[in-house]
Design a protein around this ligand. Structure first.
Ligand code: APR
Length: 228
């Protein structure tokens, strides 16, 4: 399996959350707390549009996303658990992708709970309203103070329990419960191969191999080694 974070999408033009140029060094994460959003949607929605819709919309999968899709097609990768909400794994052709923190592809009405395809909702006037009941729409990704969808959590942990190798790509594992996924593989005797620009909380405690470098080049090289 692969466990991916924001670092795998940086070469697609999507900034990470932490580290140099990180989203949380520009925007206050408090604004993306569920309670704050419910109280101040007219303030938060323009930020959501700017960060997650205007720029994400143009992003394309990079060599790392494409290499993981190739590994799955060759039956060498059972699936991906991603913390990312950019849908770039699916765009690269990956079939089994558990989006642990949800996705920008969908929105949900906070009144009638109906889901909508984000492409069907105009962001010309903010905050966007539910076409059915006029309620406030929220992107279908996990805000701070919000729980992870239990069906995704169970599917992700089941995949980890069945995996003998976990590629940990572009994440510092600082957010739980997502960050615990590699430990599930490790604690069952699995091998952890970490790909990152610099060492993380996993590197000296959990990773069996640390491939230091950009995800695009390192994942492609790894896949070439496996598939020839
Ligand atoms: N190649 C490989 N790794 C990279 C690259 C790159 N080109 N660029 C950055 N990285 C690494 C950084 O070194 C860092 O370890 O990617 C990681 C990015 O860390 P974060 O921005 O914290 O991203 P992530 O770990 O996915 O954050 C987890 O935090 O804010 C929440 O919900 C949000 O899903 C996110 C979660």
């Amino acid at each position: 399996m692969a466990f991916t974070g924001a670092g795998i999408s940086v070469e697609s033009g999507i900034p990470p959350f932490r580290g140099p140029g990180g989203i949380w060094s520009i925007y206050d994460p408090e604004k993306f707390e569920k309670g704050y959003f419910k109280r101040h949607p007219e303030e938060v929605w323009p930020l959501l549009k700017k960060i997650f819709y205007d720029s994400f919309g143009r992003a394309k999968p990079n060599a790392a996303h494409l290499a993981l899709a190739e590994l799955e097609q060759a039956d060498k990768l059972a699936g991906i658990v991603t913390q990312n909400i950019d849908s770039l794994h699916q765009a690269a052709g990956s079939q089994v992708v558990h989006e642990y923190h949800g996705s920008t592809r969908r929105m949900q009405c906070m009144q009638c709970r109906t889901y909508f395809d984000a492409d069907a909702i105009s962001l010309d006037t903010l905050p966007p309203r539910c076409p059915s009941c006029g309620g406030l729409l929220k992107p279908d990704f996990v805000f701070f103070g919000e729980g992870v969808a239990s069906d995704v959590h169970y599917a992700a942990t089941d995949l980890a329990k069945q995996s003998d190798v976990c590629l940990v790509i572009g994440t510092g594992g600082q957010v739980v419960p997502a960050g615990r996924i590699p430990y599930i593989v490790k604690n069952r005797g699995g091998v952890i191969i970490e790909i990152n620009l610099s060492d993380t909380g996993y590197t000296y405690t959990t990773s069996d191999y640390f491939l230091e470098g950009k995800a695009g080049a390192m994942v492609s090289k790894l896949v070439r080694c496996v598939l020839g």
